[in-house]
Design a protein around this ligand. Structure first.
Ligand code: ATP
Ligand code: MG
Length: 395
């Protein structure tokens, strides 16, 4: 008997016509995630199996738990036959080390020509367990031990333990999106949720040195790396935003500064998205959370772009977002106290119901187009784990 991981993909089974593309991407993502570990990955109809040395089980388990598209992971044992007598013997062998008083057997039979039906296998194997293991009984409602058996054409599997996977669609199946990533709590969660729907994420960060610190930027890069683990690698576009921000500070009335600043961020994001074949913009806006996220603000800001803007946390309240941030391990980094460009120029009374006409009027005050082009020209792209220590290449 060989110990191995059985991988199940739940929702993907509903993708009838496109299942091939989804599964191919999942296979690739699993192979990529495990490329540094000595494993054998077997792809079979409806299941994937990962085989590796016992020493690697912990790390493989951790990695599989970070792959979208996997619904459940079971750690089990493979028999290279589906002979019933051998199955009985193997099960008893495995149960010798287990402590339990009650059990339940559940069988799945993908080989429909097998000589016993699933209920009959449950019955017969149940009898074998009762005969061979002392002081145990069947409890189908709340058993100490779930015994799962799968019968396939040429082999069989037994497993006791299942772990929930992340679910969702395999990363990349839906193409790419550009995540506006700030150092806050909301945007990393938004990125994670978009990835869960099969969107591969690249990030964009608006950096305003010297008004924002190197720590603030490194915090964003750390957040990118944390969510990047859920898709294998991640790219961050760092956009020098200082000149635009200073121009806004000088030329725009106080209460409209944030609205105009966000219109600039959206304009740049759309251009960077187009350049990098991203089909959507993703951000961490949540309805009503701050002045720039009222419905009026959102429409005046959104008005500058044509590309769909997806806001995965739009309808979550802060506590729900925080709970998710803790789960995906971005929270502790997000709450580090470095200011980003939004917090530094926050006016005392930002407009809550901005008018589009006023935005257009104030934007006449300065040549934002060339500042946008300059910022894009000077973007710095960071892949994965690189951190930067100085601004010399774009100051
Ligand atoms: P977060 O907690 O994600 O920082 P927030 O509640 O602080 O969000 P805002 O600062 O208004 O809200 O920003 C709203 C969204 O705009 C963010 O979630 C993020 O997607 C994007 N954003 C804000 N600042 C930046 C920045 N400096 N670089 C890139 N994106 C940004
Ligand atoms: Mg923020």
């Amino acid at each position: 008997m060989e110990k191995l991981f059985l991988i199940k993909y739940g929702e993907l089974n509903t993708k009838k016509a496109n299942i091939g593309l989804f599964l191919k991407t999942l296979q690739k993502n699993i192979l990529d995630a495990l490329k540094d570990i000595d494993v054998k990955v077997v792809f079979d109809k409806g299941r994937m199996y990962v085989k590796t040395a016992e020493d690697n089980f912990l790390i493989v388990k951790e990695k599989l738990q970070k792959i979208f598209g996997i619904y459940e992971i079971a750690i089990g044992y493979e028999l290279e036959t589906n002979d019933f007598t051998l199955l009985e013997e193997s099960l008893i062998e495995l149960l010798k080390d287990k402590e339990f008083k009650t059990f339940k057997i559940e069988t799945k039979r993908s080989d429909k020509s097998y000589f016993l039906t699933s209920p009959l296998i449950n019955q017969k194997l149940g009898g074998t367990v009762l005969k061979n293991i002392k002081d145990v009984r069947v409890d189908v409602i709340n058993p100490d031990l779930h015994i799962n058996v799968e019968i396939r054409k040429t082999n069989a599997y037994i497993y006791f333990e299942t772990i929930k996977g992340l679910g969702g669609y395999p990363t990349s199946t839906l193409g790419k999106g550009l995540l506006m990533l700030s150092g806050g709590i909301d945007s990393p969660v938004a990125g994670f949720l978009a990835m869960k729907r099969g969107v591969k994420i690249e990030c964009i960060y608006f950096d305003s040195p010297p008004h924002t610190s190197i720590e603030a930027k490194n915090k964003v890069l750390t957040l990118a790396n944390i969510i990047g683990e859920y898709q294998g690698n991640i790219k961050v576009h760092i956009i020098p935003f200082t000149k635009l921000q200073e121009a806004i500070y000088k030329e725009v009335p106080n209460e409209y500064m944030i609205t105009i600043m966000r219109r600039m961020m959206y304009r740049i994001s759309e251009k960077i998205a187009h350049k990098n074949h991203c089909k959507i913009i993703v951000n961490g806006e949540s309805i009503g959370q701050v002045a720039s996220q009222t419905l009026d603000s959102m429409s005046v800001i959104n008005e500058v772009v044509k590309m769909p803007v997806i806001r995965p946390v739009a309808c979550f309240d802060k506590l729900e977002i925080i709970a998710l941030a803790k789960k995906i391990k971005t929270y502790d980094t997000s709450i580090l106290p470095y200011q980003d460009c939004c917090t530094i120029f926050v006016p005392e009374h930002p407009v809550i119901y901005p008018s589009l006409d006023k935005c257009l009027e104030y934007e006449q005050n300065f040549d934002y187009e060339s500042l946008i082009n300059e910022a894009i020209k000077n973007e710095v792209i960071i892949k994965n784990n690189e951190k930067q220590n100085d601004y010399s290449n774009y100051l």
